[in-house]
Write a protein that binds this ligand. Structure first.
Ligand SMILES: NC(=O)c1ccc[n+]([C@@H]2O[C@H](COP(=O)([O-])OP(=O)(O)OC[C@H]3O[C@@H](n4cnc5c(N)ncnc54)[C@H](OP(=O)(O)O)[C@@H]3O)[C@@H](O)[C@H]2O)c1
Length: 336
């Protein structure tokens, strides 16, 4: 039997769908207050018999910060997919990022070792691979360097990966995936899916950076393929294409039938912008445009995706197709 953590999240819900479609038995970890309906909604986007597909999931309440709840959840489990995590580029979330991503993963790794779980799939991030210095293409062999410009999210994901490698040294079999920015229908108010609602409302600006992108269904499919293979104790970049922000934003705008953002945002304005946004904290509102986001939007990141392609004979969904599919779902959701 399989346990999925973070099952009520964007990636977790798509992973549950992939596992259920393969006829596998799944326990899904949720927290008090988790939106289980989001999983049902995600299923409904891909099939008409979604209620039938949703029924076999065994739901178990727990928290990765609570070791005892993990020990209970791991009863009868031989494979674990760890997608639970905090995604934030807001420096004010430093403590929660380090707690949930690093300590939460430490708890899960320890519980998996105790329960003699056969294999763990840990969802890391390309940010845990460290930054390129001269715009070189990053591979799985890239070494992390401590630097003041690393975001707290990246530091927390790097710390989480180190916990998994420690577990491997103590006898756990694991695979690690390092996805780039994941594209797909998620919560339109947060994460990468928020790009669609922002561009739909009004977005005249684009920035000169480049980043890697991958379809959420491809991430789920690669995770399952890795877990069903003999591959163990390796990490894999999961990224379909590196695309300049301008091209990405234009593709989204076009598919949402919105005007193309036409003003290249000057760096100086972005620098002023995140500082002004920061002031929102005074009235208790989390800034949406942060220093970390500005750094990323003006940098160029390139990722080598060939390791997973060759090991799994995998063909990625082109990002244009992912955007088309996500935009269609976004517009359908708006119609209600
Ligand atoms: N989205 C991306 O572009 C991207 C790219 C690379 C890597 N990743 C990684 O992929 C993973 C999933 O990301 P996502 O975009 O799916 O995030 P998400 O939509 O925010 O989902 C996060 C999930 O983690 C759960 N969670 C958070 N804290 C928890 C805790 N203490 N105990 C148990 N569950 C907890 C959440 O539960 P609730 O529903 O109760 O909040 C939710 O189910 C993360 O590890 C992230 O770092 C994401």
């Amino acid at each position: 039997m399989i346990l999925v953590t973070g099952s009520t999240g964007f990636l977790g819900a798509h992973l549950l769908y992939e596992l259920i479609c393969k006829g596998l038995r799944v326990k899904a970890l949720y927290r008090k207050g988790s939106d289980i309906d989001f999983v049902r909604k995600t299923f409904s986007r891909y099939c008409t018999d979604f209620t039938k597909k949703f029924e076999p999931i065994q739901w178990i309440e727990g928290d990765i910060m609570d070791l005892y709840s993990l020990q209970e959840a791991l009863e009868g489990i031989d494979k674990v997919y760890h997608t639970a995590g905090k995604v934030s580029y807001n420096a004010t979330d430093k403590d929660v990022l380090l707690r949930v991503n690093q300590l939460g993963t430490q708890n899960l790794v320890n519980a998996c070792l105790d329960a003699k779980v056969k294999k763990l799939c840990h969802v890391s991030s390309v940010s845990a691979l460290g930054r390129s210095e001269q715009g070189e293409t990053i591979t799985e062999l890239h070494l992390w360097k401590t630097s003041r410009i690393n975001s707290y999210y990246a530091i927390s994901k790097y710390g989480a990966e180190r916990e998994v490698w420690r577990g491997v040294a103590e006898g756990l079999d694991a695979v690690i995936v390092n996805p780039s920015v994941i594209i797909g229908p998620g919560n339109w108010k947060s994460g990468s899916a928020k790009m669609f609602s922002t561009i739909y409302k009004w977005m005249p600006f684009y920035t000169p950076g480049t980043n890697g992108y991958v379809d959420v269904r491809d991430v789920a499919a690669i995770m399952v393929k890795l877990m069903e293979s003999d591959i163990k104790n390796e990490r894999f970049i999961v990224s379909s294409e590196d695309i300049p922000y301008r091209q990405l934003i234009w593709m989204i705008a076009q598919n949402l039938e919105r005007g193309k953002p036409f003003i290249r945002l000057p760096k100086i304005l972005a620098e002023i912008g995140w500082r002004l946004e920061y002031l929102k904290r005074i009235v208790g509102i989390d800034p949406t445009f942060t220093r970390e986001i500005v750094r990323s939007a003006f940098n160029k990141f390139y990722y080598d995706n060939q390791k997973a392609v060759k090991a799994l004979d995998f063909e990625y969904t082109p990002i244009e197709e992912s955007i088309k599919n996500t935009a269609r779902i976004f517009l359908d959701d708006r119609k209600g």
